[in-house]
Design a protein. Structure first.
Length: 141
């Protein structure tokens, strides 16, 4: 039986009943960052705690990736099977902006400021046959 493994350790809670992105919040200035870091990017404070980030935010900026990224791009795609996809920054409550792949690739359906929610889904299959889980942002309908 195939397992589901997270694309990277520490990016989000997994496995979890309600998975969430993990960010670090500075105890000095209150700024959160993603992915979690050992020091605050705003004030260099060392007192940061890792916390679950809100699952919804708004689309801050986006683009459509129309060609296959150069290595190390981790996927099962080839230049022949590659399909364009949306990628963007979503601003979460508290001011942290998270870059992620979007579930929507139609430019007509994406606009800055729209509500987005994080979802966790298979990204690709690794060499062991395990499903690699990553996070995506999906328009809230
Ligand atoms: Zn800080």
């Amino acid at each position: 039986m195939n397992r589901q493994v997270p694309i990277a350790e520490g990016l989000f809670t997994w496995p979890a009943e309600k998975p969430a992105l993990l960010g670090s919040r500075c105890q000095r200035c209150g700024i959160a960052s993603f992915p979690a870091a050992g020091a605050c990017m705003a004030c260099s404070g060392q007192e940061v705690i890792v916390e679950e980030l809100p699952g919804r935010g708004t689309l801050w900026t986006w683009t459509i990736q129309r060609f296959m990224p150069k290595t190390p791009y981790r996927s099962n795609e080839t230049p022949e099977t590659f399909k364009p996809y949306g990628v963007g920054y979503v601003e979460l409550p508290g001011g942290v902006r998270v870059e992620g792949r979007l579930t929507e690739s139609d430019p007509e359906k994406l606009h800055i400021g729209m509500a987005m929610e994080v979802v966790f889904a298979p990204w690709c299959t690794d060499d062991n046959g395990d499903e690699v889980i990553s996070f995506f942002f999906r328009p809230v309908v």
